[in-house]
Design a protein around this ligand. Sequence first.
Ligand SMILES: [Zn+2]
Length: 111
Amino acid sequence: MKHTQSCPKCSGSGLVRGEDGIDDICPECNGKGFVTFTSKDKIFESSFMKIVLFSVLFLIIFYSLFAISITIFRFNFTVEIILLFIGHAALATILISYLMLKSLSDGSSAG
Ligand SMILES: [Zn+2]
């Protein structure tokens, strides 16, 4: 979710006094006088997309390696099931630790 706030740099005027004493368009808000910032919802959304992308990539790589190793090594059914389980458990572990790190860093940066 996006929020709009009066620009703190130019206090809403859209102009800043440059070093040469001439008013210039505020680089913070591009002269609009307000800034839009993304809330935690947006951060969550983007990290959620990262997680989804990562999971998809991980599964594609995992299943490719799995298919290749099955063709090469000709595992029996039990070994295949164990390998599949390990792969998904690894993915779940990575995702859970990522989410935990994410929530920890969000908590500390929120102040
Ligand atoms: Zn500004």
